[in-house]
Design a protein around this ligand. Sequence first.
Ligand code: ASP
Length: 380
Amino acid sequence: MAVAPMLRRLVALLLGSAVLLDAQVPEENRANPRVPKVLVIATGGTIAGVQDAPGSLGGYRAGTLTAEQIIASVPELTRFAQIETEQFSNVPSTSITPAQWLALSKRVEQVLTDRKDLAGVVVTHGTDRLEETAFFLYLTVRSDKPVIVVGAQRPATGISPDGPINLLAAVRVAAAPQAVGKGVMVVMDDRIISAREVRKLYQRTGGFSGGEMGMLGVVGGNGPDFLYTPTRRHGKTSEFDLRQVDSLPRVELAYSYPGGTGPRYDTPPAGVAVASNGMTRAESDVYTALRRAGVVVVTVFAYGDNMSAARDPDAPRPEPRPATTGDAMRTDSTRAPQQPPAPPMITAQHLTPAKARILLMVALTKTRDPLEIQRYFLRY
Ligand code: ASP
C-alpha cells in the first residue's frame, strides 16, 4: 500500500469519520496507467449515509456523501482501478422511479459505448430498490462490459460500515476481464450475484441472496472468482433498445390470496404482474376481463423460484384427443354460448414479482402481443 493512503487511514482511525467528509483521492493514484479505468456512478443510499452522531449505531440520512467522498474513504480502490466519478442523484433508493431507471440505463449504455477506455461501471445505490434497478439495467444496457450495482446496509459513518469493502469488491469485479459478458451483477458481502436473480432478503449485512440460481462467484483476497455465467439474454444480446423511449408503460403489481377478489382500476394499466401460486375464481374472472380489455397479465410465483409452468408458444402442440361420449355430453345445447377465448395469460419463469413487472414494462415498449411477450419471458 502507498504511504499516503496508509497515513490517511491512520488519521481517519484517530479522528473518526469526520475525516471521511473531507478526504480526496490523490491525483497521482487516479492516473495510475497500470490499472483499468472504472466509472463510479453514485445514486445515493445508505452507502452514502451519514449519521447525526457519527460512530454510533444511530439513525442516518441516506444519500448524503458525494461520489467523490465515498471513493475517497477507500484508498485501496486505486490499487485496482483508475476511478472516475459521476453523481447521477443522491437520494434514498425509495425515491428511484422508472423514470430514473430509464435515464440511468441510457447514461450507462452511452458511456460504455463512447468510452472504449472504460473497463466497466459501478453504480452505488440504496439497497431497498437495488434489485429492481439492477435488473432493469441487466435487461436494457446493451454492452458486454461489466456493470456492477453495489450498496451498503450500514451507513458510511457507522460502526463497521460495509460500504467500503462492498465498493472495493465491486470495483475489482468491474475492472476484471473475467466479468465481461456476465451481465449486470450485484456485488455485496463478497458475493457476485446476477442481477436477474438477486434479492434483498433482510436488512443486515449478508442480506443479499442469489436464491437457487443467482450466485456467479465470489470476491476473495485475490479478486473475483467466477464459477457460473447467466445463459438468458442480457447485455449485448438484449433486444431492448430504449434510446428512443421517453417513458415506460404503466404496469401494476397485484397479489393473489385466499378469498381475494382481484384489483379494480379506474384507468386500466398497460399490464399487471400478479404474484400468485393459484387464483381464486373471482380473481381469475377479473384477470380474464382485464385481458379481454387489452391489459397484458403476467402470473409469477410470489417467491420467484417457479420454473415449470411457462408454455412455449412455439413448441409443437400435442395431437388433439379423439372425442368420446363424455365430451359429447359436455357440449350439450343447454350450456351458455361460449365467448371467444381471452388473450392468454403470460407465465414468468424464475423471477420475483417485482422483476416480472419490470420485464413486462420493458417488453411492452416493443409489443402488446401476449404471445410475443411470452417469448420474451422465455428468453430473458
Ligand atoms: N433506505 C436506504 C435506501 O435504500 C437503505 C439502504 O440503502 O440500505 O436508500
